[in-house]
Design a protein. Structure first.
Lengths: 169, 312
């Protein structure tokens, strides 16, 4: 994991934080013994390389300002001896964030959204909301949750990922 | 000078955004639900400002003093920020340089939009405006107009608002200098914005001429009972300015009766009713012809209003 902190103090802080996360993840893994699951949050950092080209890379996000994009990545690995069926990853979209249209990504998954706080889910194009008594197609401002429905079993030892980008309001 | 996008108020500084994903699956026929770790992101301060001129072109004459241009300064960041204000009247792209008054910047303290005696002067470093996120302050630039400027000439004057925390390319970081000691990061405005107002030397002259033609029932031109009088009112604007919200109002003479549906504007008929078209006969008091000409300039040419009455 690359770290772009500016001070020594920050580096120490990050090391401690990552250590704690690593502990808690392994605790889950031991306890459940099924899937190893993890979320990371990153943001885009644009730099100019030696050739003068703009390069965008994802760096760990600790702070964010309005208008900035954050990228959430959920990874999961089947550490059991059995295939996992009906794998569904669900992620709430915080009220201070707006989903970036088209950003959800997950190999082998069908991507669905909720506009009712996670009660029901459907493909983005099928969702409708009622605003001021008038029904209209839902848009990214309306999404409260995103979820990824795996189309096939996750074999023993296999891993997958789900990702989306949101912008801070 | 592209106008900056004015954001609605952003997520407040210090907001903590936690995120936990849920993973559900079936293993050997048994449902399992797992939570991921929780990520934490903290919202820090974004420094942004927008300056937008509020005055349309201000019409002036040579040697006018204390001519005000109104601007609005908006804190488009998400924290509380102090801004420094500056005037520049020595700009290119105009015909003359307005002369900043002393002092040259005032707050619109009474919120009237007009420069009044009650408005408070800005003193840099003393009463720099402190704006909460999304808050605004209205500011006047006050200039005198030099003598000897000619009709149609323009002079520009510019207001700049600068974040006291600092400016720089978007992304520039001021560690620990945001609200509550968080980092402050420069947004798309660079922490500074400006806009420019314009003075136009303008003399507007409106010339109105009313003429009448009488047609009596016997084919003559005698103003006798039963004769029709056709009134023709012409309005002409001279000079470079704009005669705003121009309207013709003409009282029907007491000895006469308006001929229904006889109003025309530039030969186009107007209804008598008070409705969407430009004219009507207003009978709420003494019958009066009203034709609204709107904002007129010399370019519009002569406007001609015609209506008829019969002599009682």
């Amino acid at each position: 994991m690359s770290v772009s902190a500016k001070g020594v103090g920050m580096n120490i802080y990050k090391s401690v934080l990552f250590f704690v996360i690593a502990l808690s993840v392994s605790a889950f893994a031991q306890e459940e013994g099924h899937l190893n699951v993890k979320t990371v949050v990153q943001k885009e950092e644009v730099t100019v390389n030696a050739a003068g080209e703009r390069e965008t890379r994802l760096v760990p996000a600790e702070t964010v300002i309005p208008g900035e994009r954050v990228v959430y990545t959920i990874t999961f690995r089947n550490i059991s001896e059995e295939p996992a069926d009906n794998v569904v990853i669900t992620n709430p979209i915080d009220a201070s964030l707006t989903y970036v249209d088209g950003s959800a990504f997950g190999p082998g998954t069908e991507i669905q959204f909720s506009v009712d706080g996670g009660t029901s889910f459907a493909a983005a194009a099928e969702l409708r909301v009622v605003e001021d008594g008038v029904e209209r197609p839902a848009n990214e401002d309306d999404f409260t949750h995103v979820r990824w429905v795996m189309q096939n079993d996750l074999a023993a030892g296999a891993q997958g990922m789900a990702r989306f980008t949101a912008v801070l309001n | 000078m592209a106008p900056a996008v004015v954001l609605a108020v952003g997520t407040p500084v210090g907001t903590v955004i936690e995120n936990t994903a849920t993973v559900t699956f079936d293993l050997a026929g048994s449902p399992v639900t797992l939570q991921t770790n929780t990520t934490i992101v903290t919202v820090v301060e974004r420094i942004d400002v927008n300056v937008t001129v509020q005055s349309p072109q201000v019409l002036v004459a040579a040697s006018d003093t204390n001519q005000a241009l109104l601007f609005r300064v908006t804190n488009t960041g998400n924290g509380t920020e102090t801004f420094q204000l500056a005037i520049n009247s020595a700009l290119g792209g105009d015909d003359f340089d307005p002369v900043p008054a002393v002092p040259p910047i005032y707050f619109d303290s009474d919120g009237s939009g007009d420069f009044n005696v009650g408005d408070v002067a800005y003193t840099p470093g003393t009463n720099d405006p402190v704006l909460a996120a999304d808050a605004t302050v209205d500011v006047f630039l006050i200039n005198d107009i030099p003598g000897g400027v000619a009709n149609g000439e323009t002079g520009l004057s510019q207001l700049t608002a600068t974040s006291a925390t600092g400016t720089g390319a978007p992304g520039t970081e001021f560690t620990g200098q945001g609200d509550g000691g968080v980092d402050a990061i420069v947004g798309t405005s660079g922490g500074e914005d400006l806009d420019t107002g314009e003075y136009l030397v303008s003399d507007v002259q409106v010339i109105i001429v009313k003429a009448q033609a009488v047609a009596d029932p016997f084919g003559g031109t005698q103003p006798i009972p039963g004769a029709t009088i056709t009134y023709t009112i012409t309005v002409e604007v001279l000079g470079t300015g704009t005669a705003t919200a121009s309207a013709v109002r003409d009282l029907i003479p007491t000895y006469a009766t308006y001929v229904p549906a006889s109003i025309t504007l530039n030969t186009v008929s107007l209804t008598d009713a008070i409705d969407a078209d430009a004219g009507e006969i207003d009978t709420s008091g003494a019958p009066t012809i009203v034709v609204r000409l709107g904002d007129l300039t010399a370019v519009a040419g002569i406007q001609t209003v015609v209506f008829q009455v019969t002599i009682d």
